[in-house]
Design a protein around this ligand. Structure first.
Ligand code: PEP
Length: 249
């Protein structure tokens, strides 16, 4: 049994005033049994403040980290800095970063390695685009990108999460069929076991892409879906907690 993880990705949204949502998430979590992990990845400017406000049940993560721990990289942020600010996870290889900043899988792998070295759990994102799905290339793309993006794991690694995020489903309101999600998640599990052995069986595999309170129950019931990476619907505590509630049923 893999412990579910419900993770919010605030992307480039949120000023200090948005931290009011954290109070609401803390309050809601206190009422739910501790049967799933809950994480919010705010913009880097809010990581430290969020970590201070978050209860022990709410984890905080970064949305990106450099692959070096420090140095002449203006505007960048290291995994060590995120950990120092109170983060325990970091998203790497999100398709928006792969597209906007030309982050290739080899770089994603080195980011995940840097995250692990800093004691952070990397959430490695993979997903096909619309054309690749239309051409029947989804499985090949997912496996290839995973094999290039996954880091080696040492014995004391804090963990690793994979998020399956079909690019065409992100922010569009469209989602794959449950059978399509199930096929990709089963493939991801096979690749994780092949790459890491037994430990690959317990790594959470998240679905991401237009997950909302209205479709979460159906998606989270698909075998090998161990939680969600949620963008738009994570910005309001009420929606985010409605999804969390589904995960603990
Ligand atoms: C995301 O960008 O990680 C995401 C899943 O976004 P949304 O939920 O808004 O589709």
């Amino acid at each position: 049994m893999v412990r579910p993880l419900i993770a919010g990705n605030w992307k480039m949204n949120g000023l200090k005033s948005a931290l009011a949502e954290v109070e609401a998430v803390n309050t809601a979590l206190a009422d739910y049994p501790d049967k799933a992990d809950c994480l919010i990845c705010p913009p880097a400017t809010l990581v430290a403040a969020m970590a201070t406000k978050a209860s022990a049940r709410l984890k905080v993560g970064g949305q990106y980290c450099h692959n070096k721990s420090s140095g002449a990289h203006t505007g960048d942020i290291s995994a060590e800095m995120l950990a120092d600010a109170g983060a325990s996870y970091v998203i790497v290889g999100h398709s928006e970063r792969r597209d906007d900043h030309a982050e290739r899988s080899a770089f994603v792998k080195s980011q995940a390695k840097a995250a692990l070295q800093a004691g952070l759990i990397p959430i490695v994102c993979v997903g096909e685009d619309y054309q690749q799905r239309a051409k029947g290339e989804t499985a090949e793309v997912i496996e290839r990108v995973m094999r290039k993006s996954l880091p080696e794991l040492s014995e004391n690694a804090p963990g690793l999460v994979v998020a399956y995020e079909p690019k065409w489903a992100i922010g569009t309101g469209e989602i794959p069929t449950m059978a399509e999600i199930g096929e990709v998640h089963a493939l991801i599990r096979r690749v994780l076991i092949d790459a890491y052995g037994e430990v690959g069986r317990s790594m959470p595999i998240l679905y991401g892409g237009s997950m909302k309170p209205g479709n979460a129950a159906e998606i989270l019931a698909v075998p090998e879906v161990n939680g969600g990476l949620i963008g738009g619907a994570s910005l309001k505590a009420a929606d985010f907690m409605a999804i969390y509630e589904t995960a603990i049923q």
